[in-house]
Design a protein around this ligand. Structure first.
Ligand code: 5RP
Ligand code: CO
Length: 220
């Protein structure tokens, strides 16, 4: 399975988002963290900004919605042109209905889990989703340290996806860098979000290539 690198624009310059999207043209997707100051204690950007990003981005957008009531708000991100829309399991009231709606609108549907949320209760949803996002930091902020305690959950998700025969991607988000990406890939992740590691690098395209190479060498 190819390793996908999705830089998070949370670490971009918010006054120069179009420029910083162009800087990651060699990436697979641009990861856009939407935070509402309720589900997480931070506020980033919402639909009007996202709609413009979708118009100017050289790569497809991977929306990560850290918001309350995704059942109400998530479909608009698919309508705005997101290639992938990921909502949190802890926030959704009707995850199957929401995932079906996102797919009907042409987006991939992702289900995100906080570090303390087990994957087991959601394994019967595998046929309804395109991706599981295992958060490897507590959602809310960039630049945190990768939590190794999430590795068993990545392994469990990979095992269940393998047994299902379904093509469900496993994304990791938080603290992913050259120092940690091998562990996440070994555990079974195939989509890697990296914010501070990519935008903090001297040479952004070289960092994307290095991360992709490391992940591919450790992928299953
Ligand atoms: O969802 C997120 C935080 O909630 C971000 O995508 C994530 O933290 C990326 O930043 P970094 O790679 O710097 O950890
Ligand atoms: Co994110």
């Amino acid at each position: 399975m190819p390793a996908l690198i999705n830089p998070s624009i949370l670490s971009a310059d918010f006054a120069n988002l179009e420029r910083d999207l162009r800087a990651i043209a060699s990436a697979d997707y641009a990861h856009v963290d939407v935070m509402d100051n309720h589900f997480v204690p931070n506020l980033t950007l919402g639909l009007p900004v996202f709609e413009r990003l979708a118009q100017v981005s050289p790569v497809p957008l991977d929306a990560h919605l850290m918001i309350d009531d995704p059942d109400r708000w998530a479909p608009a991100y698919a309508e705005a042109g997101a290639a992938s829309v990921t909502f949190h399991a802890e926030a959704a009231t009707a995850p199957v209905r929401l995932a079906r709606e996102l797919r009907r609108l042409g987006a991939r549907a992702g289900l995100a889990l906080r570090p303390a949320t087990p994957v087991e209760p959601f394994l019967d949803l595998l046929g309804e989703i395109d991706m599981i996002l295992v958060m490897t930091v507590e959602p809310g902020f960039g630049g945190q340290s990768f939590i190794d305690g999430t590795l068993p959950k990545i392994r469990r998700a990979r095992q269940a996806v393998g047994e299902s025969g379904l093509d469900v991607w496993i994304q990791v988000d938080g603290g992913v860098s050259r120092d940690t990406i091998d562990r996440a890939a070994d555990a079974g992740a195939n989509v890697f979000v990296a914010g501070s590691a990519v935008y903090g690098a001297q040479d952004v395209p070289a960092e994307i290539a290095a991360l992709r190479d490391l992940a591919t060498r450790h992928s299953h």
